[in-house]
Design a protein around this ligand. Structure first.
Ligand SMILES: C[S@@+](CC[C@H](N)C(=O)[O-])C[C@H]1O[C@@H](n2cnc3c(N)ncnc32)[C@H](O)[C@@H]1O
Length: 199
């Protein structure tokens, strides 16, 4: 924890060296990461259900990160840490290779206009970085309401020999994210996929 007020928000001492999970968490156990954790409804629940795993939530908006911070503190979660950062930077520069058992990417900003596609998180290059940070047989879980972005996600993870399609465990699929609850209440169709690291 940083500062005098209790917080789960973690500030690295260095942004040019890879983080050591042992510096963030009390227990040495498998690490799961959510990129763009938003208000944190998913991660707070998932972390509470799995005290035998560590969880890192990444979000660039401070107000949203603080909501998840309050949820985690209220629940007394010792296996949850949060970082305010660009998700792609964390994956490329801070997460050690072979360190992440599961990566959750739920409703990343779709950037629907063609000229904005370059801002999307899930690209061919990103899939290569995901392969590097996952442990062998680690899994990336994806959800989106955007049909065209979903096609891009499945295309980049299906390309090459890096991943194989995986099932989403029912207990995981059951936890809706905050955005997902809004989509479902409006009848919006949600698409999901998961890919397991090969090699
Ligand atoms: C559509 S919301 C979904 C939030 C949450 N995953 C959910 O399903 O409720 C996308 C979230 O990702 C965050 N975000 C978008 N791009 C990001 C980036 N490059 N790095 C970190 N967070 C990002 C946004 O601030 C926002 O909270």
């Amino acid at each position: 924890m940083n500062g005098t007020m209790p917080t789960l928000i973690w500030r690295p001492i260095s942004y040019v060296e890879r983080l050591r999970p042992g510096d963030l968490f009390f227990a040495t156990q498998p690490l799961e990461v959510e990129l763009g954790s938003g208000d944190g409804g998913f991660l707070a629940q998932h972390a509470a259900e799995h005290p035998d795993r560590n969880f890192l939530g990444v979000e660039r908006l401070l107000g949203r990160l603080r909501k998840l911070d309050r949820k985690g503190l209220r629940a007394g979660l010792t296996n949850l840490r949060l970082i305010r950062l660009e998700a792609a930077y964390l994956v490329e520069y801070l997460l050690p290779p072979g360190s992440v058992a599961a990566l959750h990417i739920y409703f990343p900003d779709p950037w629907p206009k063609r000229r904005h596609h370059k801002h999307r998180l899930v690209t061919e290059g990103f899939a290569q970085l995901v392969h590097r940070v996952l442990v062998p047989a680690g899994v990336v879980y994806l959800r989106t309401d955007d049909t065209e972005y979903f096609a891009q996600m499945t295309r980049v993870f299906a390309a090459g020999q890096r991943f194989t399609p995986a099932e989403t465990p029912p207990a995981l699929a059951r936890i809706a994210t905050d955005f997902e609850k809004g989509f479902v209440s409006r009848g919006v169709v949600i698409q999901r996929a998961a890919y397991r690291r090969l090699g």
